[in-house]
Design a protein around this ligand. Structure first.
Ligand SMILES: *Cc1c(COP(=O)(O)O)cnc(C)c1O
Length: 402
């Protein structure tokens, strides 16, 4: 399976995202004239003879060697993701966290300093706060949205600013234009976890961000059945990450790559529907008497509505909301749902609801939780692709007091 030809690449960059999600990065003629991407399910690759070895080692001729160093099915996924994100290069990983930790480690040395915004993904924050300290890498956690604070937090040894947009669970939007200015002033790199947005709703590279992180587990694969991650950006940066990835070994399995490629084909259709459905549900919730507050970036009531509508094509599939009442009322809502499943994660075809206080923050004291804005009555609803009216009916039934 040869890499995508220049001609094919040109064709793809002219096509719309719906078309590219199906065809980008894929050679037209494949093994045995298969229409589908062959799953090259192998741990290792062979050399025909000694000349083939030397063509590879001495003359730099393309050849696969060992599964941890690369695989043709993974290559197709990398090319497709890069095309969709508008990036020069991409590396796929066995999970979003593998992509994030490998990327961070490839960019820092002991004595360095990094800046990260406070409502980043919990495990990313934990990694930066606790584990990087072991290697004498200092980390400043800045409150999301205070750009002055970020500017002031940057030191001579600061390597990068890491942020996320939209964030979890309040769907705050990071102003990519503002952060680009600050990063340029200090000549540091910008890393954005764009998982909640996907390249359909937001392409941070077009805003000058250096690296984009994706948990492909969510919308990109889209079926709640695999874990996968990716980092995307300029070739010279991505190459450094690829090098460390070969040692860290968070390698994605070829079959899993196929599942990712299959999910990607319908991703623009799904996210377009999820954008519409989530907005309708957010509007419906906002008008409901049992609801205290709704958080959705494409609702005019959201604190970042303006930035959101400027830098994003759609608000995404996650709606967070607080109900009126107490923890008892929250539990009753969960217990009355019949269609929507209770569980973490987002971006799949099945709708999922989570109650952060009972799940992700169960080990925090109430006081600590409230400081982080995780109240007793807060829910995060990840809208799937079920019929919007059916989802609304399920929520309506669960919200009824009697
Ligand atoms: C899920 C998620 C991750 C972690 O990805 P995994 O694939 O679960 O390892 C990172 N960032 C965000 C924003 C996520 O939602």
């Amino acid at each position: 399976m040869a890499d995508v030809s220049k001609k094919a690449k040109k064709l793809h960059s002219r096509a719309s995202m719906a078309t590219r999600a199906i065809h980008a990065g894929e050679p037209r003629q494949k093994y045995a004239d298969s229409l589908m991407t062959p799953i090259v399910q192998t741990a290792t690759f062979t050399f025909k003879n000694s000349k083939a070895i030397e063509d590879y080692t001495k003359k730099g001729k393309a050849h696969y060697e060992y599964g941890r160093y690369g695989n043709p099915t993974a290559k197709i996924a990398e090319q497709r993701l890069a095309d969709l994100e508008g990036a020069e290069d991409c590396v796929v990983f066995s999970s979003g966290m593998s992509a994030i930790t490998t990327t961070i480690l490839s960019l820092v040395h002991s004595g360095d300093h990094i800046v990260i915004t406070d409502d980043s993904y919990k495990k990313t924050l934990e990694f930066c706060q606790s584990y990087l300290k072991q290697f004498a890498i200092d980390c400043t956690i800045v409150p999301f949205g205070s750009y002055d604070f970020i500017d002031k937090a940057i030191r001579k040894n600061t390597r990068f600013i890491f942020s996320e947009s939209p964030t979890n669970p309040y769907l705050n939007i990071f102003d990519l234009v503002k952060i680009k200015k600050i990063a340029d002033k200090h000549k540091i790199l910008t890393l954005i976890d764009s998982t909640f947005a996907t390249p359909y709703n937001q392409r941070p590279i077009e805003f000058g961000m250096d690296l984009v992180l994706q948990s492909c587990t969510k919308y990109l694969a889209g079926h709640n059945d695999i874990l996968a991650g990716a980092v995307l950006g300029r070739q010279e940066l991505v190459e450094k990450i690829r090098d460390l990835h070969k040692s860290m070994g968070g390698t994605i399995d070829p079959h899993c790559c196929y599942m990712l490629l299959r999910g990607l084909k319908t991703f623009p259709l799904r996210i377009r529907y999820q954008n519409e459905s989530a907005l309708r549900i957010a509007e419906w919730l906002e008008a409901h008497p049992a609801i205290r507050r709704v958080y959705y970036p494409f609702l005019p009531s959201h604190q970042h509505y303006e930035v959101a509508t400027q830098q994003m094509q759609g608000g995404g599939g996650v709606v967070s909301f607080e109900i009126k009442g107490t923890l008892v009322d929250s539990k009753r809502l969960l217990d009355r749902l019949k269609l929507i499943n209770i569980g973490p994660s987002l971006g799949g075809v099945e709708s999922l609801i989570t109650h952060p206080a009972l799940v992700s923050y169960y080990d925090y004291s109430r006081k600590e939780r409230y400081k982080l804005g995780i109240t007793d009555t807060l829910f995060r609803f990840a809208v799937g692709i079920e019929d919007t009216d059916d989802l609304i009916a399920d929520l309506d039934g669960a919200l009824r007091k009697s």
